[in-house]
Design a protein around this ligand. Structure first.
Ligand code: SF4
Length: 370
């Protein structure tokens, strides 16, 4: 779009002067189809803010303890009612046994677990699981439960968000994943996730977690009915929260996968590679206070994640062992990417692979040709 050329020049000037970008700048970025210029600008912003050639990944295990959910978000291909044939709720003992078995073969340092909002369990279900996982693997970081799940636990237990989070933290919870944010705009939420908790509750949960010393992650689900304005608004709301509490470790843009959702029947398609790259660039440029932007390879594929490293991303997430949510919605990537492969892709992009823990402490670096 020709109109974006001048607007992008304004964005460039601001980036070079290290000025904060505003809503109109965000819109100019989102409306531009000058993909290479966007990549270059985002990479410039990343470097000017202290970014290096390091690209992070973590070894993690994905678990889902229950796919039973009361909410029925229209974009979700994972959730089921208790009576549906594929519904499951795994006991704490089974879950821990399974994680221990996996640990023998993969040596992960993080467990990432999210679930449906299961109305047939109590808060103890979550608390016992957290405690049991922590006791079985005290050295493994537990990144468990979205803000929606935390809110669900408050309704199950009658406890406040602060109390629920404090009890989970004391049982071994290390951080929260960023899910449940979807798109904050009311218009979109009504269309895709009318039963989901409000954005205010999502922010309240994260703000409370940050206040308790629990770092969290943040996300945006894009590529469905949202406008560019709504994407920019979403990012600016996250930025404002980060100004206030500083507890977000990373932002992960999540592309919508229509398979096995009501939207597949309406003929909706996946986002394009150009849209995914633009989204990474937009995130990096607007979120000047969130240190890490993830190119989530499980969703975009490793080749595209590799290109995204030149559009502002500095993290490729990890050696995800068993991912179910995006695969239920049609992601075709393999569910485990071996360390060697991640290293190869990162190096081929001209970057330095660094294995990290959840809190971005460096565990290993591949400097030479090892
Ligand atoms: S996205 Fe989460 S809350 Fe919504 S239906 Fe799926 S599992 Fe339930």
């Amino acid at each position: 779009m020709a109109v974006a050329v001048d607007a992008l020049a304004v964005v460039r000037e601001k980036v070079e002067a290290r000025e904060r970008l505003d809503f109109d700048d965000g819109l100019a970025i989102a409306e531009s189809d000058d993909l290479l210029a966007l990549g270059e600008l985002a990479d410039l912003a990343r470097r000017l803010r202290g970014g290096t050639d390091d690209v992070y990944f973590v070894q993690n295990l994905y678990l889902n303890q229950t796919n039973v959910c009361r909410v029925k978000c229209k974009f979700c291909a994972f959730a089921m009612t208790r009576k549906q044939p594929g519904a499951y709720t795994i006991s704490t003992d089974e879950l821990v046994e399974d994680a221990l078995r996996q640990r023998e073969v993969t040596g992960f340092t993080e467990i990432h677990m999210v679930n449906g909002e299961n109305p047939h369990v109590g808060f103890d279900f979550y608390l016992d699981t957290t405690r049991a996982l922590h006791e079985a693997m005290p050295e493994v970081h537990l990144k468990l439960y979205t803000a929606s799940e935390i809110h669900h636990m408050t309704t199950l237990s009658g406890l406040s968000h602060e109390r629920v989070l404090t009890e989970l933290r004391d049982a071994g919870l290390g951080s929260l994943p960023g899910g449940g944010a979807e798109i904050f705009a009311e218009r979109v939420r009504k269309l895709i996730a009318p039963g989901k908790e409000s954005p205010e509750l999502w922010f309240h949960t994260h703000r409370t977690a940050h206040g308790l010393g629990i770092p969290t992650h943040c996300t945006m689900l894009y590529g469905h009915v949202e406008t560019y304005e709504e994407r920019v608004d979403h990012l600016l709301r996250l930025r404002a929260q980060q100004d206030e509490t500083g507890g977000f470790l990373a932002f992960i843009p999540l592309a919508f996968h229509p398979e096995n959702t009501v939207f597949e029947r309406r003929g909706w398609r996946h986002t394009t590679g150009a849209d995914d790259l633009k989204m990474i660039a937009l995130s990096r440029l607007l979120l000047d206070n969130v240190p890490n932007i993830k190119a989530y390879w499980i969703m975009m594929g490793m080749p595209m994640a590799q290109v995204a490293l030149h559009f502002g991303a500095n993290d490729v997430q990890g050696t995800v062992v068993r991912e179910e949510i995006f695969h239920a919605a049609g992601a075709r990537t393999a569910t485990e990417q071996k360390v060697d492969e991640l290293v190869r892709f990162v190096r081929a992009a001209g970057r330095v692979p660094v294995q990290r823990d959840t809190l971005y402490n460096e565990l290993h670096r591949w400097n030479g040709r090892e």
